[in-house]
Design a protein around this ligand. Structure first.
Ligand code: GTP
Ligand code: NA
Ligand code: MG
Length: 281
């Protein structure tokens, strides 16, 4: 970002990997909550977005969860384009599988640095060396073989490896020197949207540049509206959301689509015209 007032921003880290390899559990362990335990059938149906503060370093990381099943390839492709760092999750008992390869492909195509998290390392049937050989056979250049991809052995169950994973992500994010202006009109990307019975259309967005503020007039894909409320992943109200920050917004007239770009515009009149023009396409 070339703006003169650009400041450091949190990295956007996307968790990708094969179905049931432990993406949501790993993320839960990192933020010490229990999303995976509450999911229908333990299957992630959407991309969640939340920020994990890392008190030791005084910074935060923004995490996006993605579904592993084959039907969600497009979401993983969109996730990769919004992402600064991909955590490629590979279950250490199962090894490289089709969606592992696909996720690696998206990350490579987007030019995203990768950190590999070997998950379920508490299981007796896991074989770390076998998985590392598989990863190298796929073309990943692992640090222990002179490349720059770190591999971290983790367990969501025992919490082993979590500090090492956080350290690897912070190191990678420091190397990238991620910066963005907090003052310009906000731009971001929609990661999921739904129509809530009480609140109407609700979209989860990650702000990439600028600061999104309650009262802003926005266009997201073909939809427009005025931001009525902003919330974080726990449902707490926010006054504003700056660069690298995820937020749930209400106030749109309709639900945009995952992957849609969000921009702030100067007036409702302008927003209406932009969204009409986009709907004609
Ligand atoms: P999808 O979103 O459906 O692709 O799955 P996911 O990759 O998010 O995996 P999820 O976190 O739902 O975990 C899948 C299964 O693996 C669940 O039964 C978890 O309890 C189990 N699991 C996840 N992490 C660990 C771990 O560290 N150790 C053990 N033993 N089991 C784990
Ligand atoms: Na699952
Ligand atoms: Mg999941």
């Amino acid at each position: 970002d070339l703006d003169a007032d650009a400041v450091a921003r949190p990295a956007v880290v996307t968790i990708m990997g094969h179905v049931d390899h432990g993406k949501t559990s790993l993320l839960d362990a990192l933020r010490e909550s229990a999303v995976a335990a509450g999911e229908v059938g333990g299957i992630t149906q959407h991309i969640g977005a939340f920020q994990v503060p890392l008190p030791d370093s005084g910074t935060s990381l923004t995490f996006l969860d993605t579904p592993g099943h084959a039907a969600f390839s497009a979401m993983r492709a969109r996730g990769a384009s919004l992402t600064d760092i991909v955590v490629l999750v590979v279950a250490a008992d199962d090894g490289v599988m089709p969606q592992t390869r696909e996720a690696f492909g998206h990350a490579a195509a987007a030019g995203c640095p990768i950190v590999v998290a070997l998950t379920k390392c508490d299981r007796e049937d896991c074989d770390l060396e076998r998985v590392k050989r598989q990863l190298m056979a796929e073309g990943l250049e692992l640090e222990e073989s002179g490349g720059n991809v770190q591999v971290i052995a983790t367990s969501a169950t025992t919490r082993a490896g979590l500090p090492e994973l956080e350290t690897a992500l912070l190191l990678q994010s420091d190397l990238m020197q991620l910066r963005a202006s907090p003052t310009r009109p906000a731009e971001g990307t929609v990661v999921e949207a739904r129509v809530d019975k009480g609140q109407g259309p609700v979209a989860t967005v990650v702000v990439q540049r600028g600061t999104l503020t309650v009262g802003d007039v926005i266009v997201a894909g073909q939809e427009w509206g005025r931001v009525r409320a902003l919330r974080d992943a726990r449902g707490e109200s926010l006054d504003s959301a700056g660069p690298g920050t995820p937020a749930e917004i209400s106030g749109l007239k309709g639900a945009p689509m995952a992957g849609d770009e969000l921009v702030v515009v100067p007036s409702e009149e302008r927003a209406r015209r932009v969204s009409e023009k986009r709907s004609e396409r």
